[in-house]
Each structure stands twice: as C-alpha cells, then as structure tokens.
Design a protein around this ligand. Sequence first.
Ligand SMILES: [Zn+2]
Length: 402
Amino acid sequence: MPSKTYLCAHFSHPSSGIVDIENDPNRAPPCDESVCQLPDCFCSEDGTTIPGNLPAKDVPMMITITFDDAINNNNIDLYKEIFNGKRKNPNGCDIKATYFVSHKYTNYSAVQETHRKGHEVAVHSITHNDEERFWSNATVDDWAKEMAGMRIIIEKYANITDNSVVGVRAPYLRVGGNNQFTMMEEQAFLYDSTITAPLSNPPLWPYTMYFRMPHRCHGNLQSCPTRSHAVWEMVMNELDRREDPTNDEYLPGCAMVDSCSNILTGDQFYNFLNHNFDRHYDQNRAPLGLYFHAAWLKNNPEFLDAFLYWIDEVLSNHNDVYFVTMTQVIQWIQNPRTTNEVKNFEPWREKCVVEGQPACWVPHSCKLTSKEVPGETINLQTCVRCPNNYPWVNDPTGDGFF
Ligand SMILES: [Zn+2]
C-alpha cells in the first residue's frame, strides 16, 4: 500500500493539502446499517436516525455544555456559579459539562477539582498553535505530541488515573483530516468533537467514523477525514441564530455560541436557546450542544443571567432533559434507554452528587520555564510535586527532554 504521504501529495489540493473524499481511492464506504451495529458502530444514511430506533418521544433530551481552553482564575468562579450543586438532572444527579482544556496557563489543581466533581476533562492541545493551517496540515506525529502529550500533562498534574481523558477538540475547530483521526486510533482516544455539520432540520446524531460522514465537510478549507476510523464523532450541529425563524430570512448557522455574532442582549440569547432546544426536542432529539468560551459569559453578565435562567427553567419544566458529558452521550447511544429507564442508567449516576474536600486547599505554585517557550516564566498550579521544566510538546512530563 502506498504511504499516506504519497496519497496526500497525489490527491490533495495543490496548496492546501486537503484530500477530497471523491478522489480518495481508499475512502470510507457509505453507511451500511447491516454491518454497522451498536455498541461499537453507529451510522445512518443522512445522520438523523435515532439510535436503537426509539420513538423520539421516549428519548431523553441530552444537552452537552462544553467549555474550551485553559482552566484558571479567569473562569473558575464562573464554572462554580453554573455548576453550583443546586442544578439537578431528573435522576437527582448534578448537571455535568465537558471541558476541552489547552495547556498554557491552566491551573491543574482546578482541573483535578473539575474532574473530582464529575465533569469530563478532554484535550484541546498543548500549544493551541494560532496558525490555523498548522492544524489542517499537521502530521500524525504532530497530532500525537499535541493531544496525547496534553493527556500526559493532565493525567500527571491533575492526578487523573481513571483513563477518562478520551476526547479531543482541535483549536479553531480546524479538523486535521485523516492524520488527526489516525492519531486518535493509535493513541486510543474515544471521540472527536471538532467537525461541524451545517445547520439542518432535523439535526444530526453523533456517529462513528467507520463509514462515510453523513454530511458534507463544512467550513472554509476544512480537511475532513476521508477514510474509515474507529473513532466517535460528537458532531457539532450548527445552531440557528435567527431570533424569529418563522419570519427572519435565512442566516448561516454557528457552531460555537460565541460565534453567533447577532446575539446582543440577554433576551435574544434566551430566545435563541429556546428556539434551538425546540428544534432538537420536537424533531429527533439529537443531543443539543452548547459550546462556549468562558469569556463570552463572563464579560456579558446579561448572557450569563439568561443562560442560568434558561437552564433552571428547562430543568423545572421537563423530566426528560439531562445535562450530560460527551462520554455519557456515547454511553447512552451504545445502550439506548427510554426516559423511564434512564433514571436508573448507571453511567449517568456516576459521581451523582460529589461532596468532600478538594485534593488540596493550597496547590503548589510552580514558577517554570521551558527551552521550548523561550523567555517566559509560567506559573503551573498543581496538587502534585512541581516539575523541573514547564511541560511542553517535547517534554510533556516536565522532567527533561525525552
Ligand atoms: Zn481554543
């Protein structure tokens, strides 16, 4: 078999390195539902089919809140305010979120506490390289250093030992094509949440990448995988940003809430949340993803108020709406349960209500440098011992190169 480099060079766009699925002779085949069966494979022709073919009215409505980038003093208080121990899913457990954490300036004692509380910690790279093309063109090895390296840092400095760091989101939502997904298979990551699906009704369910993606590769110069990969795709359904979808003219959707640039007031945000909730709830109950950067809520108290009001209202008005982590969504898809059954669904009761003390009250505050980040001294807070160097791509443990 020719090397990947050969194929990419041969079939790529001259300048962008993007492989077109129609031109890849080794492309994944279209979904074959007789072959692709739960729990390890899930696909459908247009991506909208409900797992287990349950009737929509029996499907618990899953909502996935995610936050990207470093966890530190800029956002810890915000997260505590949203996840304050008073907001409960219908099974009595605290609502949960997923954090895609990038390395620089992250406080790992806060990551440890986030994980202790039952939220999901996933990786968003070490460098957060701001050259967007880097991610489109990165090699399998680049991806491994950035993402598997980030998992090493998280596991060590947030002392996470339960193998729960299984998710990946690329910076700037720049999909890394087959190289990214090959790395994920090799490094045993469970899912990606970077690929965006254009706004559609009904919205899409997550799918596995064994078969061809059920939607076009959306976005400017994006490089989607073309081949078969043993990875779940927690596809990012674009949200409908129109205030009044029955009257307003068509507008393109938006994947991150903070990129829905026409939301200007708390009321507009509240209407936006309700409208998109209804689109999912009243159609096929595909999980509703609400993807944020903390600053958008922190810098706009009106948005935060509207968001908290909306969460509380949704929880009090529905006994079939659950705020869960990405991994909990996959666990449900692998084992679909009706709203009645799901109250006792074990994976959704894990760390149901967490009390007790944080791992440490006063973390070590390690002032560190790295040859890879010249001229900077960076603080790393952790409950475990300080390393010698600031961890970075070629030295994720911080013990010294290699
Ligand atoms: Zn980011």
